[in-house]
Design a protein around this ligand. Structure first.
Ligand code: ADE
Length: 226
């Protein structure tokens, strides 16, 4: 899979993609991430990428020309299965979206800034619009990094133990159960007895029950789809 990210702040994306799982996925040749500086497609000698909005109102709007020039250049080089736009008014991004996107081929992600991007790009070039939560970030870069991470870790071979993605929170509409490691007793706080029992069947049942109880108390909305 290849993910191309279009941004006015490429520096913001250097950190997330040069470490940990994402770097490992790139090193193994399982995922490629390319960051494109929108300014290189900007208009005129100032390489302008944004302008005032028609009709008046505060805030600049990212213009069509630079965005479409960048998208179409990429699309002339290979086939893309989606052009994603990160925006607080997009569909709420869920684990199910990560699962579905991880089955696709190449993706373009547009990071918005200022007041947003010209609606015509959204109407005619963007295929998916996602929000990562009901709050406003100063740009779409962090949201793009979140989405790219959630997709890439699902690609076969990226995680050491492939089953670990299957037991993530949300994969079955339940939050994950609590986990413990050594020591057995930390300042008098003990690991639940059942986890030390060696009884795999009983442990499995305990984890299922814990996942259910945790979901019921913290995220009862998830149980509506359970
Ligand atoms: N850009 C700004 N805020 C955002 C959000 N909550 N989700 C996705 N993209 C954004």
């Amino acid at each position: 899979m290849r993910i191309d990210i279009i941004t006015v702040l490429p520096e913001l994306l250097e950190g997330p993609f040069s470490h940990s799982i994402l770097q490992r996925a790139a090193d193994k040749g399982l995922a490629e991430i390319h960051v494109h500086h929108l300014r290189e497609y900007g208009i005129g000698k100032h390489q302008q990428v944004d302008d005032y909005q028609y009709g008046g109102g505060a805030g600049m709007v990212m213009q069509c020309e630079p965005l479409v020039a960048c998208i179409e250049k990429l699309q002339s080089q290979r086939t893309y299965d989606g052009v994603l736009f990160m925006t607080p008014d997009g569909k709420q991004y869920k684990q199910g979206d990560a699962n579905a996107l991880s089955l696709l081929g190449n993706l373009i992600i547009i990071c918005g800034h200022y007041k947003g991007i010209d609606q015509r790009v959204r109407d005619h070039w963007v295929t998916h619009e996602y929000s990562i939560g009901d709050f406003v970030l100063s740009g779409g870069e962090l949201a793009a990094a979140v989405i790219a991470d959630s997709i890439i870790r699902l690609l076969p071979g990226v995680l050491n133990n492939e089953t670990s993605a299957l037991t993530d929170s949300f994969q079955d509409n339940l939050l994950a159960p609590p986990v413990y490691s050594r020591p057995e007793d930390f300042r008098g706080h003990k690991v639940p007895e059942i986890l030390l029992s060696g009884n795999l069947k009983a442990i499995e049942l305990w984890r299922e029950e814990q996942a259910y109880q945790r979901t019921k108390s913290r995220r009862p909305d998830l149980l509506e789809d359970f």
